[in-house]
Design a protein around this ligand. Structure first.
Ligand SMILES: C[S@@+](CC[C@H](N)C(=O)[O-])C[C@H]1O[C@@H](n2cnc3c(N)ncnc32)[C@H](O)[C@@H]1O
Length: 332
């Protein structure tokens, strides 16, 4: 897959970045210059040297060889911003260039790794707390996996035959494949009647997907995920709180419609969706309207409209307060 096609796909999907994403991008340009060698060797050499030695002897070891490392160190290793550990680098997937990371996630490199580590740790803690089996034995779905930034992390605990990712943009799945992300991948529909795998999952997660899709798309995706889970299966999803409207220039019409008391306006099952400007070449333009944009909801919406799930908890992320993690359990 050519870089040109990939960039065109990325540009088509996330053409307009939010102002705060541009700010993050500015910060992460500095982070891109970070070389972790002088940080990894002196502080974590005692942990990493034995892993490097094992991978030098056997480069095909499963990623569980990294299981002794903290989540933050694992996430930072996944950025590949170092050269001191060639066998470790060889074992880890290539990362897309910073421009693609920013267009997909609004940040890149170490800044993005901190956000990824936060979500990854929180999901694992909740699987321990609410799940019926350890994450190492679970089958796990990443819904809207993008370039696989989170699959790369969960790949340490979950083997590729039980780790699944789907996304409606084929070119971004190609990015995962070409980088060597160790997971089973397939394209899903934008309005999916079902998930494109036979497997039923112990858990699924979806980061920054339900924050961007129309209500119709949102409810269709939610039903498909519900159908893909085992009875009692867990679902971790990020949502944007109404407060996001205050920092999103694109969402100004929604802020105006809500009136002066934003929190009150989002009491009850209100879905705030501001589509991006219509673009016939965009994969989520259905001929009359865009299904991709900025979406905000409050907990009342989840309680009333997501009644096929039990709401277990709601977790903030200090690393990105506009991606609130909601933990749900499938009801039968
Ligand atoms: C902001 S990116 C986040 C990617 C990935 N979840 C991550 O956190 O790195 C949004 C992703 O949602 C995907 N997406 C958009 N509409 C979707 C839909 N209807 N169903 C599933 N995924 C969708 C996009 O292709 C894109 O990969």
């Amino acid at each position: 897959m050519s870089n040109g096609r990939l960039r065109a796909g990325a540009a088509a999907l996330t053409r307009k970045l939010e102002p705060h994403a541009r700010r993050l991008a500015g910060e992460s340009e500095k982070a891109a210059a970070i070389d972790l060698d002088d940080w990894l060797k002196p502080c974590f050499g005692a942990e990493l040297d034995p892993v490097e030695a094992r991978l030098t002897t056997d480069p095909d070891l499963p990623l569980s060889v990294f299981s002794g490392l903290s989540d933050d160190l694992w996430a930072l290793l996944s950025t590949r911003s170092y050269s001191a550990y060639p066998a470790i680098l060889k074992a880890l997937p290539e990362v897309p260039d910073p421009a693609l990371q920013i267009s997909w996630n609004g940040a890149e490199g170490v800044t993005l790794a901190a956000q990824s580590a936060s979500f990854y740790s929180k999901v694992k803690a909740r699987i321990r707390r609410y799940g019926e089996i350890p994450v190492e034995e679970a089958s796990l779905l990443d819904f809207g996996c993008g370039w696989g930034r989170l699959l790369r992390l969960f790949g340490r605990e979950v083997t590729p035959d039980r780790l699944f990712g789907c996304d409606p943009v084929e070119s971004i799945l190609d990015t995962c494949r070409e980088a060597g992300v160790r997971a089973t991948l397939a394209r899903s529909e934008f309005l999916p009647r079902e998930i494109p795998f036979e497997e039923k999952f112990d858990a699924a997660y979806s980061f920054s997907v339900f924050t961007h899709i129309s209500e119709e798309s949102h409810l269709t995706c939610l039903n498909a995920i519900h159908g893909s889970l085992k009875p009692g299966g867990l679902f971790f999803v990020t949502v944007r709180p109404p407060g996001y409207l205050r920092i999103s220039a694109e969402s100004a019409p929604l802020l105006e419609q809500a009136g002066p008391d934003l929190a009150k306006a989002y009491e009850g099952p209100r879905y705030g969706f501001q589509p991006h400007a219509s673009d016939e070449s965009h994969p989520q333009f259905d001929g009359t309207k865009m299904h991709y944009g900025e979406a905000v909801i409050g907990l009342d919406y989840i309680r009333e409209k997501w009644d096929m799930f039990e709401l277990l908890d709601v977790t903030p992320q200090a690393s990105d307060m506009y991606q609130v993690v909601v933990t749900l359990r499938r009801k039968d």
